[in-house]
Every structure is written in C-alpha cells, then in structure tokens.
Design a protein around this ligand. Structure first.
Ligand code: ZN
Ligand code: ZN
Length: 305
C-alpha cells in the first residue's frame, strides 16, 4: 500500500476503494459489454486487435470508472450514475454502514468510503440530496482523512468556493506521476535514494504500519469554522447589520478577496472583519493563490497513477 500525498486520490488505498465501487456500481459490467460490442463491430470491418494491455485494444480504449479522471466516457457514466439508481443505492448502503460502524480495525472505514463516493459523484456533477451533503459535512472530520484531504473536503463542503450541486467539480489531486514532478512539503518520510519506494513518502489513510500525523488540532479549527458558518448571515444581506441593500438604496458591496460576502458599507465590513477573515478565501484559479493550485492547472492533462 502506498501514498504519495496527503490529499484525496493520492494513495493506492483510495484507488483500491474506487475499483471496488466501480464493480459495485455495475461499471465493470457496463464496460465489458461496450468492449465486446466495439470488438465485434471492428472485427466485422476486418480491424485486428492487440492484446489486452495494448493501447489500441478495446480494453484500453473503453474504461468506465466512478473516478472521472480514469473514465473514457464522462457523459455516458455521468448519465448512468444519475439515472440508473446505482449511485443512490450505493449512497444509501454506505450511509447505513457508516452509521452502524463499530469496528475501528476494519480495513476500510465505511465513512471514508462514503466521502470518496461523494467526491466522485461531485466530479461528475451529479445532483446530490441535501441530506447526503449534510451527512458528509457532519462526519468528514471523523473518518480518517489525511491533512490535505481534510482541507479539500472542508473547502468543497463549506466553501466559500465549494461544490455547486449538479456542476462538475475538480478536486485538484495529484496522480503519482504528477506528484513526482511536483514535490512539495509533504515528504514526511523523505525518499530513500535507490529504493523501490521513493514515491511512497507518506503514510496511507486507514490502518497502516505508519501512523498518519495527528490532525486533531486542525480538525478543531475546521469545526470552529463550521460553527461560525452556521452563525453567519446569508450572503444576500449585509454581513454586519443584515440590511438587504447598501446605503442610499445602492446595491450591496462585495468583499474584494472572496467576492462572496456582501456589505452595506465600509463600516460594516470593518466591524465584521474579525469574524469574516476566518471564512474569507480567494476563488480557485486566482493568480495569487498557492503553488498547489497553480501546478494542478498546469498539469491538467498529465498522467494519472
Ligand atoms: Zn451593514
Ligand atoms: Zn471575503
């Protein structure tokens, strides 16, 4: 088992779960049927096929996954997940398992699996029930996500620039090859030159030989932030006084950094900054954002593990 980063989709652990979910959602069967059909059509035209691992083989050209970056037909799988009822069935099944989970030594925490199901569904822009999104919000800090995954899921669920229901969401995770090209400060176990394990530089989520670093202080911060969000006024009114309009009947003014929080006046913004600074964040893609976002944009077409 290896992990090459502390984010979602940056470990064998996550891809093993995805493979199980692909089978469970019926995507392996769907792909096999499509492969057989294409093979028959091409053979009828006299087209020869290579071995299974050949890049021209139908197996290499048709692969369906709940993880959109590994899928050869985004629209087909998106429609399938939305309309076959399989996604909903999986969410129901794993929510029930997560609620009844009593064995912390079990290899895959069902709550962790449920976060991955949600994350994958968001990549496809599936429309999710509010109660499911709320369940994820209530539980994601407790299921063993690693540091960067916690940050990712927090931003996604709690905003200010998170997942919009029904709109495809990009996670910005690094595949193993991208990670090798973009080393950052996640080298908790620095690579040993000359060994076969140079990329396996962080502990894997889930039970493993190495314990992941203690995230409890960080989780406390996330929870405090969620508490603040609950107390916040709607974004459609002034964050300070709650007025629906700006001064003299003008429109409300937006915070220059996040462009989400609105205010009736400079005074209300100043008074409210102590609170708002804990929630304020630049939109993704803003040029002054951190290196991680930049390198994801640059390597959008590069290899996945
Ligand atoms: Zn105001
Ligand atoms: Zn702001």
């Amino acid at each position: 088992m290896g992990a090459w980063g502390l984010g979602l989709f940056e470990s064998d652990h996550d891809y093993d779960i995805i493979s199980d979910l692909d089978a469970e959602a019926g995507l392996h069967k769907l792909a096999e049927d499509a492969q057989a059909k294409l093979k028959a059509e091409e053979e009828a035209k006299g087209i020869k096929h290579g071995e299974d691992d050949d890049e021209n083989s139908v197996e290499a050209r048709i692969s369906y996954s709940i993880y959109a970056d590994h899928c050869s037909d985004f629209d087909l799988v998106r429609t399938y997940l939305q309309s076959s009822g399989e996604l909903e069935k999986m969410i129901e099944k794993w929510t029930a398992k997560a609620q009844g989970w009593r064995n912390p030594l079990e290899w895959h925490n069902p709550g962790y699996k449920l976060v991955l199901i949600g994350a994958c569904a968001m990549m496809y822009g599936c429309t999710l029930k509010d109660e499911f999104i709320q369940y994820l919000r209530d539980t994601f800090t407790e299921v063993g996500l690693m540091r960067d995954a916690l940050k990712q899921v927090d931003t996604t669920l709690n905003g200010p620039h998170g997942f919009k229901n029904g709109v495809p969401y990009k996670w910005g995770s690094f595949g193993v090859h991208e990670k090798a090209k973009n080393p950052d400060d996640d080298l908790l176990y620095p690579p040993r030159p000359g060994t076969a394990f140079t990329l396996i530089n962080v502990p894997s989520p889930g039970p493993s030989l190495f314990r992941a670093p203690d995230n409890s202080a960080f989780i406390k911060k996330i929870k405090a932030r969620m508490e603040l969000i609950k107390q916040e006024k709607s974004n459609n009114v002034c964050g300070g006084c709650g007025a629906a309009d700006g001064k003299d009947g003008k429109a409300l003014l937006s915070c220059a950094k996040c462009k989400v929080r609105q205010y009736c006046s400079r005074e209300c913004q100043k008074d409210h900054w102590e609170t708002h600074k804990q929630l304020c964040a630049k939109p993704p893609g803003d040029p002054s954002n951190n290196e991680r976002v930049k390198s994801v944009t640059m390597s959008a077409n590069s290899l996945s593990p």
